[in-house]
Ligand binder design. Structure first.
Ligand code: CA
Length: 236
């Protein structure tokens, strides 16, 4: 797996590189946006870790340009952002970024996010049956079965409605990603949905009752204030 790291702060870039090379990823480094486009064309990375604040072309511009070209391989793009307000820009502008990570982040968090993205890419290619596995859940998309792993290898099959299942599948497909209510509506009800986006909250509440140990203090389906929801669980 080829990863291109685009970051002008050399120390951070090196840290990311060392972290990923320890995990046996093949890494390339670009210290500015133009160089990033150049290297991207040469090595066709599977994934690009792209800092937003770069000299010259910023990360959002680089992202847009990569998406405009049609390279042989369409890389996954993980944006790095330093400030909270940039998250709104990434989500709002639909630049084509697949995920983002807020600085400072731990090496462990970075690796988990990279693996989650690359798993997605494997899923795109395979015709095998689809399922999601995290530490606490298994979702079988073909059979529409959701299971929660309990202590001592015990497994509980969750009794979810189709909508709840699809909601969980959407969230779990992308651990850590923040979904706005509108994005969830588009995904689950379709673009022609006409109604109150608070309908999402209702279904989230029902889902939590069924999957959370304590629905009042959710540990898996988390609220992100002012934005929406995200799913959190350890990768396996
Ligand atoms: Ca930077």
């Amino acid at each position: 797996m080829n990863i291109l790291i685009v970051e002008d702060e050399f120390e951070i870039a090196q840290l990311i590189r060392q972290t990923l090379e320890k995990e046996s990823f093949n890494c390339h480094l670009a210290l500015d946006g133009l160089k990033a486009l150049d290297i991207c064309g040469q090595v066709n990375p599977d994934l690009i870790i792209l800092d937003i604040m770069l000299p010259g072309l910023d990360g959002l511009e680089v992202c847009t340009r990569i998406r405009q070209k049609s390279p042989p391989k369409d890389p996954y793009i993980l944006m790095l952002t330093a400030r909270g307000e940039e998250i709104d820009r990434i989500i709002g502008l639909s630049t084509g970024a697949d995920d983002y990570l807020v600085k400072p982040f731990s090496p462990r968090e970075l690796v988990a996010r990279v693996r989650a993205l690359l798993r997605r890419s494997l899923r795109h290619d395979s015709t095998q049956s689809q399922s999601y596995h995290t530490q606490n859940f298994t979702l079988d998309l073909d059979q529409h079965i959701a299971m929660r792993h309990l202590k001592k290898e015990e497994i509980e099959t969750l009794d979810l409605t189709t909508l709840e299942f699809n909601l969980l599948a959407t969230l779990i497909s992308y651990p850590g990603r923040v979904w706005t209510r509108n994005q969830l509506i588009d995904k689950l009800w379709g673009h022609d949905f006409y109604g109150d986006d608070r309908v999402v909250d209702t279904h989230i509440r029902r889902l939590r009752k069924k999957i959370e140990p304590d629905a009042a203090n959710p540990i898996f389906v988390k609220t992100v204030m002012g934005l929406g929801y995200k799913f959190e669980d350890e990768a396996v």
